[in-house]
Design a protein around this ligand. Structure first.
Ligand SMILES: C[S@@+](CC[C@H](N)C(=O)[O-])C[C@H]1O[C@@H](n2cnc3c(N)ncnc32)[C@H](O)[C@@H]1O
Length: 238
C-alpha cells in the first residue's frame, strides 16, 4: 500500500512538473529544438552567461568544490568537460588538475567555445564543437567527464549519458550537475529552454547506461535543504 501511494505521488509530481516546465523541449522535433538551443547560446543570452554564473554563485561554488578536494580532479589524466559554455568548470580544472592532465572542452555552440577560449586565456584546453549525443572521441578514452547544466538540454538523457559511458574508461568518473524539478529549477527551465530532472529519474537513467550513482554532493547546507542549485552527483562507470 505504502509503495503504491509513493508510486502514485511520484507519477503525479512528474505530471505537474511536465505541465510547469518549458514544454518546447518535448514538443519540437529534436533538430529544431537543438537549433534553438544553439541560437540561444550563440546570442546575447549566451554572451552574458559568464556573468550570470557568477551572480547565481554557481561558478564560485563549483570552484570551492574543486579547491576543497571534495571533488578531486588531481586523480585524472584525461578530462572531458561536456557543454563547457563560458568555461565555468574548465576554469577550475585548470587550477586543480595535474599540470600534465589533458583537458578537453566540448560544446554544441562554437561561439560559446570561442568565448571560453577568450575568457580562459590559456592554450592548455583543447576545444571541440559537436553534439554530446554523438561525441567524436574513442571508446574508453577519458578517466573523467564533467558536465554542468547540460543534460537538461536533451529531451531524453539516455543518448547523452550513454556517450559519457562509452568515452569513459572502466572505473572512470563523471561529475554531473543537472537542473532539478524544484521551483527554482522550473524557472531555470523557462529561462534556458530546458527540462528538469527528479533525482530518481536521473539515477535511473544513469543505471541504465552502466553509470553507477556513487555519491550525491552539496555545494552548501542551503543547497541541501532548499534544493536550489541542482542535482550534483558523482557517478562511476562500472
Ligand atoms: C548552461 S550552459 C553550461 C555551462 C557550464 N558547463 C556551466 O557549468 O556553467 C549549457 C551549455 O551546454 C551546451 N549544450 C547544449 N546542448 C548541447 C549538446 N547537445 N551537446 C553539447 N553541448 C550542448 C550549450 O551550448 C551551453 O554552452
Amino acid at each position: 500500500m505504502k509503495k503504491a501511494v509513493s508510486k502514485w505521488r511520484s507519477a503525479a509530481k512528474s505530471k505537474v512538473r511536465r505541465f510547469a516546465e518549458f514544454g518546447g523541449i518535448r514538443e519540437q522535433p529534436l533538430n529544431q529544438y537543438q537549433s534553438s538551443v544553439k541560437k540561444l547560446y550563440d546570442g546575447p543570452q549566451g554572451a552574458v552567461l559568464k556573468f550570470s554564473s557568477i551572480l547565481s554563485l554557481h561558478e564560485p561554488l563549483m570552484g570551492q568544490l574543486f579547491k576543497s578536494g571534495r571533488f578531486d580532479s588531481s586523480r585524472f589524466d584525461r578530462i572531458l568537460d561536456v557543454g563547457s559554455g563560458a568555461g565555468q568548470i574548465i576554469r577550475h580544472l585548470l587550477q586543480t588538475a595535474q599540470p600534465d592532465a589533458e583537458i578537453v572542452g566540448f560544446d554544441l555552440s562554437a561561439e560559446m567555445l570561442r568565448r571560453a577560449r577568450e575568457r580562459l586565456d590559456s592554450d592548455r584546453p583543447f576545444f571541440v564543437a559537436a553534439d554530446m549525443m554523438q561525441m567524436p572521441f574513442r571508446d574508453n578514452s577519458f578517466d573523467c567527464v564533467t558536465c554542468g547544466y547540460v543534460l537538461e538540454h536533451i529531451p531524453d538523457p539516455l543518448p547523452g549519458l550513454s556517450e559519457f559511458a562509452r568515452v569513459l574508461k572502466p572505473g572512470g568518473v563523471a561529475l554531473l550537475l543537472v537542473t532539478e524539478d524544484s521551483i527554482s529549477g522550473l524557472l531555470t527551465s523557462h529561462t534556458w529552454k530546458c527540462r528538469t530532472f527528479s533525482r530518481g529519474e536521473l539515477r535511473d537513467a544513469c543505471d541504465r547506461v552502466g553509470l553507477e550513482w556513487d555519491r550525491e554532493l552539496w555545494f552548501t547546507r542551503f543547497h541541501e535543504v532548499m534544493k536550489m542549485g541542482g542535482i550534483l552527483v558523482e557517478v562511476v562507470k562500472r
